[in-house]
Design a binder for this molecule. Structure first.
Ligand code: FDA
Length: 378
C-alpha cells in the first residue's frame, strides 16, 4: 500500500481543523469512534463555546511565550473569519464567549465540509506508532498504515465515555518526548471531613472570589453533593494541585462595615442566603448574637467569611473533568510549526500538548490554533 503523506490521529477538534487546513495530497484520519467530534457535540451545553473575545496567553496554563506564538498565528479573529467563510456565524453569549448559533454538530459538519478529500477511518483503534526508517508506521485495530508525516491530535484523558484515551501521550513518550504530569482540570473539588458543612449546601450557588496560589478568580461557586464546583472553582482547579485555596464569600464588601453597633444579631446582618449563614455559623461554632457582643476569637472566626481557607481532598476525577492539564512538554515542540524537535515529521495539536485553557472557549481555540499551525507547516 502506498504511504499517506499525512496521517492524523484523532477526529476531534484539532484533528478535523488540521484536516481542513493541510495541503497534502493523500491524508488519512484515524478515529476509534464511529463519528467525528464527540467532544464538540457535548460541549457548551450542546452549543460548543468555540472561542472568546478576550484572548491572550494569560488565560492558559503552559509556557506563555509558546502559547502566544501559536495563538498569534491563528487567533480568535482568524477562527471566526474561517467559520464565517464556511457559513457559520457564531453568536456571543455571556458577554464575551462565542458559541455555535444552534447545535454544535454544525461545527463538526463545517470542518468535514472544509476537508472533502480527506479519508477518515472510523472504528479504528490506534495502538501505537513508530518510525523505523523514512516512514511512520501506525498500528491499528485494522492493521498497519504508513505515512511520511504524523500528527498526534488524540486529546486528553477526560471523558473516556466519549472516546478519550492516553494513546497520544504513550506515542509521544515512545518517541522520547517528556510528558508533564497529567491531572484532571476544569473539574469540581472534593472536600476533607472538616468541610462537610459545604456539602450540606448542595445546590446553592454564590458569587465569590477565590485565591489559588497567586491567582485571584471571580465567579460563581456551586456547592455540590460531592464537593464544590461552579465556574470559579472549575477555573481554580486549573491552578490547584495541592494545598489550600481561599474563598471570599463577600467579595467587594468590607467586613467591619457590615456590622453596626445595633442589637441585631451578626447572622441577620450578613447579606448571604440564610441557609449558607446557618451552616457557616454552625461549622465555625459561632453564636447567633450581635457582633459587638462576640468575643475576639468569635469575631476572628466570623471574619473568615472574607478569607475561608481550605485544602480540597482532590478532584471529581477525569470522568467529570472538562480537560486534562499537563501533556507533551512544549520545550520539545517548535511553536512556529508544532513539529517535534526530536523526531522529523512528527507533529502535535490540541489537548495532548501541555497547554490548558480556562473556561470560556479557550480550549477549543487552542485546539484550533495549534492544529492550523501544524497543518500549514506539514
Ligand atoms: P478531542 O478529544 O476533541 O479529540 C481527540 C480524538 O481522538 C477523539 O475523537 C477521540 O475519540 C480520538 N481518540 C483518542 N484515543 C484514540 C485511540 N486510541 N484510537 C483512535 N482514536 C482515538 N472547550 C472549550 O473551549 N469550550 C467548551 O465549551 C468546552 N466544553 C466542554 C465540555 C465537556 C463536557 C468536555 C469534556 C470538554 C469541553 N471542552 C470545551 C474541552 C474541549 O472539548 C477539548 O479541549 C477539545 O475537544 C480538545 O480537542 P482535541 O482535538 O485535542 O481532542
Amino acid at each position: 500500500m502506498l504511504p499517506y503523506d499525512l496521517i492524523i490521529l484523532g477526529a476531534g477538534a484539532a484533528g478535523l481543523m488540521a484536516a481542513a487546513h493541510q495541503r497534502s495530497r493523500k491524508v488519512l484520519i484515524l478515529e476509534h469512534n464511529s463519528r467525528p467530534g464527540a467532544k464538540i457535540a457535548i460541549s457548551g451545553g450542546g452549543r460548543c463555546n468555540i472561542t472568546n473575545q478576550n484572548l491572550s496567553s494569560s488565560y492558559y496554563l503552559g509556557d506563555p511565550k509558546f502559547v502566544e506564538k501559536v495563538l498569534n498565528r491563528f487567533d480568535n479573529e482568524a477562527l471566526i473569519a474561517f467559520l464565517r467563510h464556511h457559513g457559520l456565524e457564531p453568536v456571543v453569549r455571556k458577554e464575551c464567549q462565542y458559541f455555535c448559533p444552534d447545535r454544535a454538530q454544525a461545527l463538526t459538519d463545517l470542518l468535514l465540509r472544509a476537508a472533502p478529500s480527506v479519508e477518515i477511518s472510523y472504528e479504528t483503534e490506534i495502538f501505537g506508532a513508530q518510525k523505523p526508517g523514512e516512514l511512520f508506521v501506525v498500528e491499528t485495530s485494522k492493521g498497519e498504515v504508513y505515512a511520511k508525516k504524523l500528527l498526534i491530535a488524540t486529546g486528553g484523558l477526560s471523558y473516556s465515555s466519549v472516546g478519550a484515551t492516553g494513546i497520544g501521550y504513550e506515542i509521544a513518550e515512545s518517541f522520547g518526548h517528556g510528558i508533564v504530569p497529567l491531572r484532571p482540570a476544569l473539574v469540581g473539588l472534593t472536600l476533607q471531613p472538616e468541610q462537610v458543612w459545604m456539602k450540606e449546601l448542595s445546590g446553592l450557588s454564590l458569587s465569590v472570589t477565590v485565591q489559588v496560589g497567586r491567582r485571584l478568580l471571580e465567579g460563581d461557586i456551586l456547592f455540590a453533593h460531592r464537593g464544590v464546583s461552579g465556574p470559579v472553582l472549575l477555573d481554580a482547579s486549573l491552578y490547584w494541585n495541592q494545598g489550600k485555596i481561599t474563598v471570599d464569600f463577600l467579595p467587594g464588601r468590607r467586613f467591619k462595615s457590615l456590622f453596626g453597633s445595633s442589637a441585631k444579631t451578626a447572622a441577620s446582618q450578613i447579606p448571604l442566603p440564610k441557609r449558607f449563614v446557618k451552616a457557616f455559623f454552625s461549622a465555625l461554632a459561632l453564636p447567633n448574637i450581635p457582633y459587638r457582643s462576640m468575643r475576639e476569637g468569635q469575631k476572628q472566626r466570623l471574619s473568615l467569611l472574607k478569607s475561608y481557607a481550605f485544602a480540597p481532598a482532590g478532584t471529581f476525577g477525569y470522568a467529570k473533568a472538562e480537560v486534562t492539564k499537563g501533556g507533551v512538554a512544549t520545550d520539545e515542540i517548535d511553536p512556529e510549526t508544532m513539529q517535534s524537535r526530536l523526531v522529523d515529521g512528527l507533529y502535535f495539536a490540541g489537548e495532548v500538548v501541555d497547554v490548558t485553557g480556562r473556561l470560556g472557549g479557550y480550549n477549543f481555540q487552542w485546539a484550533f490554533s495549534s492544529a492550523v499551525v501544524a497543518a500549514k507547516s506539514v
